[in-house]
Design a protein around this ligand. Structure first.
Ligand SMILES: C[S@@+](CC[C@H](N)C(=O)[O-])C[C@H]1O[C@@H](n2cnc3c(N)ncnc32)[C@H](O)[C@@H]1O
Length: 386
């Protein structure tokens, strides 16, 4: 999820190099089937679909919710997700390699899209799958289910999970691909938690069940100059008022692992089977230790998800050391350029919360300080994912 940002289209070429360099990378978190996923993976598509969810012009009377669901009605966004083979292959492997979880079980697929996860579950022996999809893609999902001969096993229900009733009182498994940019953008996790509390049987399982958000720091001079400092002098005119806005918008992009100058710090782990929706708002401290002398221009956030109920731990990472996914990474540029020496630390905290007006957006407050030999800086910065 989180596929509605079109703001980085120009970045593709510059960053493709970084993606190509990722081929030999080691996953930050080793999942047992990661190698298999990587080998099987067809080329990952990183088309940035032009999405309407973030640019809200309500002149046609549509709400942000309308735009959100409309964005999933077009096949293009589903094509991008399906072609993200790290993502889709991991779900496929989780399901096909753990048939014991699905055999004779009732499954609820929250946000079924084309129905791909429901089809995997049906093929793995699920007794019945309820595929809930609110966008018009539900009509396609129905046709796809029929065409593939699964009408008896998969029931596609068109509507918001929060607004419809299931024909059964309980389900054994909830599966969903709800993750957005920066993990929490789009806030679809809330819909999964709603479904869990309403329909999951005691002892039932949620797939995936663990999601973790990480933070690291990068050198990114060229790109910061291109995206942020650019506004200082535009054909001889000072447009730095836009620079302030540009700084507030995290950039979704792939980062070359060679840019990473510190450790990667775990910020937050969420247990989807237990957490409450309030846990999507949190403050997490961090301590980033420089691995070398360098300049720091930005902090970078990324996430991992895992499926711990599998026979062997499975999952994937969206980190810069792993094969690129359509989620890329989330780059938060700093107002300061930090001159850091090996062993010195950037300490601080990150506060994350859904935006009050539009809960699909994410507000981020970053506090950081560096008391180093060559640089002393302390600052609070605000960002908004939208
Ligand atoms: C990230 S896509 C995943 C689609 C599909 N499961 C896959 O893996 O390719 C999430 C889907 O959930 C749907 N969705 C989001 N919130 C929903 C809700 N509250 N009720 C029903 N569907 C929802 C969206 O329309 C979108 O098609």
């Amino acid at each position: 999820m989180g596929r509605r940002k079109n703001k980085n289209q120009n970045n593709e070429e510059d960053r493709n190099m970084a993606m190509n360099n990722n081929n030999n990378n080691q996953n930050h978190l080793r999942f047992q089937d990661a190698d298999e996923v990587i080998e099987d993976a067809a080329e990952t598509s990183n088309l940035d679909q032009s999405m309407c969810g973030c640019d809200l012009d309500d002149s046609d009377g549509k709400t942000s919710a309308d735009y959100y669901f409309d964005s999933y009605s077009h096949f293009g966004i589903h094509e991008e997700m399906l072609k993200d083979s790290v993502r889709t292959k991991t779900y496929q492997n989780v399901i096909y390699q753990n048939r014991f979880l699905f055999k004779n079980k009732v499954v609820l697929d929250v946000g079924a899209g084309t129905g791909i996860l429901s089809l995997f579950c049906a093929k793995a022996g699920a007794e019945h799958v309820y595929a809930v999809e609110c966008s018009d893609m539900a009509d396609m999902a129905k046709e796809i289910v029929e065409t593939n001969g699964y009408s008896k096993v998969i029931t596609v229900l068109k509507g918001k999970i929060e607004e419809l009733e299931l024909p059964v009182p309980k389900v054994d498994i909830i599966i969903s691909e709800w993750m957005g940019y920066f993990l929490l953008f789009e806030n679809m996790l809330n819909s999964v938690l709603y479904a869990r509390d309403k329909w999951l049987v005691d002892g039932g399982i949620v797939l995936p069940d663990i999601a973790s958000l990480y933070l690291t720091a990068i050198e990114d001079k060229d790109y910061k100059e291109d995206k942020i400092e650019f506004w200082n002098n535009v054909y001889g005119f000072n447009m730095s008022c836009i620079k302030k806005q540009a700084l507030m918008e995290p950039l979704v992009d792939t980062v070359d692992q060679n840019q990473i100058a510190t450790n990667c710090q775990l910020l937050k782990t969420m247990d989807i089977s237990k957490m409450s929706s309030g846990d999507c708002s949190f403050t997490a401290p961090f301590k980033l230790v420089a691995a070398r002398d360098d300049f720091i221009h930005a902090l970078v956030a990324y996430f991992d998800v895992s499926f711990t109920k599998c026979h062997k731990l499975m999952g994937f990472s969206t980190g810069p050391r792993s094969r690129a996914t359509h989620w890329k990474q989330t780059v938060l540029y700093l107002e300061d350029v930090l001159t850091i020496c090996e062993g010195e630390t950037i300490v601080g905290s990150m506060t994350v919360a859904p935006n009050k007006k539009n809960p699909r957006d994410v507000d981020i407050m970053l506090k950081y300080s560096l008391n180093g030999r060559r640089c002393n800086a302390s600052r609070v910065q605000y960002y908004k994912m939208r």
